[in-house]
Design a protein around this ligand. Structure first.
Ligand code: PRP
Length: 185
């Protein structure tokens, strides 16, 4: 058994994206974003909590040609039945996005409801531009037609954890993206 296989969390059935692949892809995304925003000032907005690890790595993958500053939001779907498609802002931006180039950073787009609503909320504040960068995309799960500009990996409809993604607030610290075993009670 390799050292990496030996360290996989017992609740993870398999590693979907390992550390090496994550690092390489985030480096590519950073280079692409740097090219796209070269010579400009970019407001990078991490959506808590899932984006925290991706956000930190993505920021470090940006070159000096882009002048990035950092802000955060936290949102949740309104309580009640499943996803309502409307978000509640739990933590708002400190800086005003009006007239700014804004890049929202997410860990995953699943139904698309969160980002469809969040981008609508942000667009109303009149940014100069607004794009989304997500580490993971589950295009088969959409309930709202939302397409992020920057996507790290398209993944199948499996429940994944690690690299910021949780199940019941656990597993965020895993350095890879793994498929969670069906929770047994
Ligand atoms: C996750 C993720 C997105 C959203 C995507 O957040 O970070 O914000 O779900 O799902 P959707 O496309 O189906 O709307 P979550 O509510 O799990 O909070 P967290 O980031 O704190 O883990």
């Amino acid at each position: 058994m390799s050292a990496e296989a030996a360290s996989v969390h017992p609740d993870v059935s398999r590693v979907l994206i390992d550390e090496k692949a994550l690092k390489a892809r985030i480096r590519e995304l950073g280079a692409q974003i740097t090219r796209d925003y070269a010579g400009r000032r970019l407001m990078v907005v991490g959506v808590l909590k899932g984006s925290l690890i991706f956000m930190a790595d993505l920021l470090r993958a940006l070159g000096p040609e882009v002048d990035a500053d950092v802000d955060f939001m936290a949102v949740s779907s309104y309580a009640g039945t499943a996803s309502t498609g409307t978000i509640r802002v739990l933590l708002d931006l400190r800086e005003n996005p009006e007239g700014r180039d804004v890049l929202v950073v997410e860990d995953i787009v699943d139904t698309g409801l969160t980002l469809a609503s969040l981008t609508e909320t942000l667009r109303a504040r009149k940014p100069r531009s607004l794009e989304v960068c997500t580490l993971l995309d589950k295009p088969d799960c959409r309930k709202a037609p939302f397409q992020p500009k920057y996507v790290g990996f398209k993944i199948p409809n499996e429940f994944v954890v690690g690299f910021g993604l949780d199940y019941d607030e656990r597993y965020r610290q895993l350095p890879y993206v793994g498929v969670l075993r069906t929770p047994s009670k």
